[in-house]
Design a protein around this ligand. Structure first.
Ligand code: AKB
Length: 330
């Protein structure tokens, strides 16, 4: 197994990878991608609860871990001696708005616990996801630049912005190789998101394939940055495997792929399923969406470590529908 930063294989002893928050939308897919890349038994999946479908994380170790429990984390790090930690556990935007103090505690204390443990145990690399939620209503909405006015107005966004600054601080003060991406809304067929503002963009495909109509919680013309899961996995692994000197941004990189509205998503699906209908009933999540960028300028990621997405809306729709239909028949 070869790990990032050009380390030779012999230096990786025992060299596992720990994924915290492994049962979430991204975690399930990232564990599978890492297990394809490395030896599966070296990729340790951890979450506060076991997976709903154990098959999804079969093929490698699973450990129960509440990321707020530092002594349990220390124990797992001593047991598996990870070279890399992917720390994904968080409350997303809509859920954190409903439970602000716990959202702050999980998102902020969880990150600080992981960063402290990484320094204490000499873990080589940490990955931590940020989000387009770091931007707010004062931010330029179109082609939002890497460096601009932020002023997020959600608990989730405030925690992500503070977290970015902590990542940069641990890099500067402790030399910790911590890397991060500002994900747009992520769309995949293998698992459902939970508690986000961009979740409609996944739900809509499930309803379409089930032969049902969809009631969307955002207005039809709400444009948001989005990304198909294979691109998100590619970006994450490419970032983590880029030579350290290429990583110039130690807060978090803007990352873009496509931008679309619920109406454009519906139209893309209707090209395959003409009878599919969508109605619109915006709820509290509309306000969150309205405070976020419509599209992202990710020139810095492209320039520093060669980021390039593969999927646009129609290509993603064709792939999503194909896989969801296959899963329905299985
Ligand atoms: C959410 O909607 O909260 C997330 C995000 C954009 O970070 N998907």
């Amino acid at each position: 197994m070869a790990l990032p930063s050009g380390e030779p294989e012999t230096s990786v002893l025992p060299g596992s990878v720990l994924v915290i928050g492994a049962c979430g939308q991204l975690g399930l897919e990232l564990v599978a991608a890492l297990r394809q890349r490395y030896e599966p038994h070296l990729v340790v999946a951890a979450d506060v609860r076991p997976p709903k479908n154990p098959d999804l994380l079969a093929g490698g170790p699973f450990e129960l871990l509440d990321v707020l429990d530092r002594s349990r984390l220390d124990k797992l790090i001593r047991q598996y001696r990870p070279k890399q930690i992917y720390h994904l556990a968080a409350l997303l935007s809509a859920t954190a708005e409903k439970n602000p103090l716990f959202g702050w505690q999980l998102n902020m204390d969880g990150l600080l616990i992981v960063l402290e443990a990484a320094v204490a145990h000499g873990v080589a690399q940490v990955y931590w996801p940020s989000s387009i939620a770091v931007f707010g209503p004062d931010t330029p909405r179109d082609h939002t630049p890497q460096v601009t006015i932020m002023n997020p107005n959600t608990v989730y966004g405030i925690s992500k912005l503070a977290g970015e600054q902590w990542c940069e601080w641990y890099h500067r003060k402790h030399g910790l190789d911590v890397r991060s991406l500002r994900y747009p809304g992520l769309i995949g067929y293998k698992s459902l998101p939970g508690g986000g503002t961009t979740d409609y963009a996944v739900d809509i495909y499930h309803k379409a394939v089930a032969g049902e109509n969809y009631e969307c919680f955002l207005s039809e013309d709400t444009h948001l940055p989005m990304m198909y899961m294979p691109d998100a996995l590619k970006a994450t692994l490419d970032l983590m495997h880029a030579p350290a000197e290429q990583i110039k941004v130690r807060t978090s990189y803007n990352l873009g792929a496509m931008s679309f509205s619920p109406a454009e998503s519906a139209a893309s699906i209707q090209r395959h399923l003409p009878d599919f209908q969508v109605t619109y009933k915006p709820d509290g999540r509309q306000q969150i969406a309205d405070s976020w960028p419509a599209s992202i300028d990710d020139a810095k990621a492209r320039q520093d470590w060669g980021w390039q997405p593969d999927f646009d809306l129609d290509k993603m729709t064709a792939d999503m529908l194909l896989h969801l239909k296959e899963m329905q028949l299985a």
